[in-house]
Design a protein around this ligand. Structure first.
Ligand code: 6PG
Length: 247
């Protein structure tokens, strides 16, 4: 992955988008697994990512080395149909030979979302074992984007966007009238690769902000994820791309 910076891929159809993204994720995982014991993949919720997980289950991936994490989670138990873990379990985990100890879900069965966030942060710190003040570098992070420009559970106007020290935070999301747990912007921005999967006409307006004109303000949370030393890939279908050109 010597490529750095942004890449925009506009797929001819939703099916092509899914297949290209599955190929890109499996290739990145295989490349980054070379010579290492483990490689990390962060999953998110959403209908576009779900299609990717189903497709990924049919691809060659070094599953025994892959450790799965989540970028965000709804505050429900893991068996709940709204759970992002449950969605990934049904679409991917139950179909591939990944060791159960490599699956690191956010423990949202706890009544208090802040406790779930603190426990997940402690689990991540135990996994990465970094010196104080260092940030984890996830190998591949899969993200969706909402029609309001949110990504993971980082919503427009949310105070969670201000977090500078913690790896995982919880908060009540006004737009959803529900609590969520999410990784923070500094964590996403230390990833090696962030891959955004975006489909549908309702996303075209926010996607037009992907290449802001000089001096134009950042308007949407997804724009704030720009890995400092990593790559950003946007996989869009034609509806979401609108007039954006591939790069
Ligand atoms: C979630 C997400 C969220 C999602 C976007 C896009 O838990 O819902 O992690 O950020 O990825 O809302 O979802 P769609 O692909 O369904 O539009």
């Amino acid at each position: 992955m010597e490529d750095r910076g942004d890449r925009v891929i506009v797929a001819g159809s939703l099916d092509d988008l899914t297949e290209q993204a599955a190929r890109a994720v499996s290739r990145s995982l295989a490349d980054r697994a070379k010579g290492r014991d483990r490689v990390t993949l962060v999953l998110s919720g959403g209908t576009t990512p779900r299609r990717l997980y189903e497709r990924l289950a049919g691809h060659e991936v070094p599953w025994r080395q892959v450790h799965l994490f989540w970028g965000d989670e709804r505050c429900v138990p893991p068996e709940d149909s709204r759970s992002n873990y449950r969605m990934a379990y049904d679409s991917l985990i139950s179909r591939v030979p990944i060791p159960p100890e490599n699956v690191h879900r956010i423990p949202t069965e706890h009544a208090d979302p802040h406790q779930a966030a603190a426990r997940y942060e402690a689990a991540l710190q135990g996994f990465f074992r970094l010196p104080p003040g260092a940030w984890p570098c996830f190998d591949v992070v899969v993200l969706g984007v909402g029609s309001d420009g949110h990504t993971a559970s980082l919503f427009p106007g949310s105070s969670l966007l201000e977090e500078k020290k913690r790896w995982v935070v919880a908060g009540y999301i006004e737009q959803l009238q529900a609590p969520r747990v999410t990784l923070t912007l500094p964590v996403f921005n230390h990833a090696a690769q962030a891959m955004f999967l975006v489909a549908g006409k309702d996303k075209a307006a926010v996607m037009s902000a992907l290449r802001p004109a000089d001096g134009q303000d950042v308007r949407f949370p997804f724009q704030l994820i720009r890995p400092h030393h990593g790559q950003r890939i946007f996989s869009l279908d034609q509806d979401a791309a609108g007039s954006l050109k591939p790069s």
